[in-house]
Design a protein around this ligand. Sequence first.
Ligand code: HEM
Length: 422
Amino acid sequence: MSDVDWESEFAKYRSSPEFKMLNSRMTLEEFKSIYWMEWIHRLWGRFIGLSFVLPAVYFVARKQVSRTMAMRLVGIAGLIGFQGFIGWWMVKSGLKDDLFAPGSHPRVSQYRLTAHLGAAFICYLAMLWNGLDILRTNKILRVSSDGANATLKALSNPALKPFKRYVSLLAGLVFITAMSGGLVAGLDAGLIYNEFPFMGLGLTPPKSELWDKFYCRAPDHSDLWWRNLLENPSLVQLDHRILATTTFTAVMALWAFSRSAAMQKILPRAAQKGVHGVVGFACLQVILGISTLLYLVPTGLASAHQAGSLALLTWTIVLGSRVWFPTQAARILAQRTITQVNLGGTGSEMAQRAALMSSAAKAKTLMPGSPTAVAAVGFMPAVTVIGLALASETEATVARRQLFSRKLEDHAVSGLGQTRSS
Ligand code: HEM
């Protein structure tokens, strides 16, 4: 860009609430650095979209995937597009004129930031789930029929049900904890109470600070509880601590459950190893979270903490994929068996096939045409979505660092500017 172009872009930024109220001393050179970050982030988003859509169109056009898988690919492409829309909607919230009002804090809405994070997670999970499903189906079908039947039999054991339910609930809990982390980041709530496990004089801040009427908008204060839960930085940080502690405890309880004599007998070896992975990522995540807090949210640690949440969620889903019943594999095996039944067989073989066919009847999805190819389509963007999340973190944290150092300079660190975000 020419100097004139830079000046024109800088002039636009100078008219924003963020510049006027927080960064009024920013130089053109400093502006260029945040501009490039934003630009790379948006370019990266487009690259992700194309890297998914182009191969998907190819595979669908070449009829390499089943109808069901084609519909799923369309759904994921829609999610990527939706992610772009939420990004635009989020940025818009940081440009509203009411952010010039005294007492407000110019930054994007924490709700929209969390929606952006949540949509990225959902998009990633959709890719991961389909990729794992295909790889697993492929793996089961590659072994001999006897081996595959043994796997299906082990996974349809009703005694495994509580473990499967536990893993699903844990995945939900990790997701909710991650979203509460989005609110912490959106409110810069990690810049207060930089100690652990205490928050000020006790384990929690005083009640009057947690349930503050300042955040209410309804004249009768009927919105006291939910506004504070979602908009008061002190309570939002406490929410995140409580959810994180619950998640960590749930992971350790899952580990203990998996070590029980009953589970040791029926849990597949891959799942037993998977539980160790989940425990490892949960420990790492808690260490990263506490370090992020103690060191006043440095960019590197905050990014690692964000990536760690995705790693923990990924590993929980991988664990799930090792215990959930592989309906696609069962269906394909049953189709193969029908052919063999037509060819005859002993009484016990016929009975075994009949059982397989009934489990296959539960299958809702169709066999994808080319498993390895679709796995490639699914995993590449998954990796890029992690990049997207990291890029957004870097961008957000750089802006925050600037704000914080300026605040320090101005000796104005006497508490976070209270805000009424929309
Ligand atoms: C299972 C455990 C945890 C999960 C899944 C989790 C997840 C997350 C996520 C996804 C974010 C948002 C990152 C962003 O968008 O920038 C976040 C932010 C944060 N978390 Fe956690 N977290 C966990 C545990 C903890 C713990 C134990 C602490 C410390 C007590 C902590 C402190 C923070 C802080 C300070 C932030 C704000 C970082 C920023 O401003 O960028 N987290 N967390």
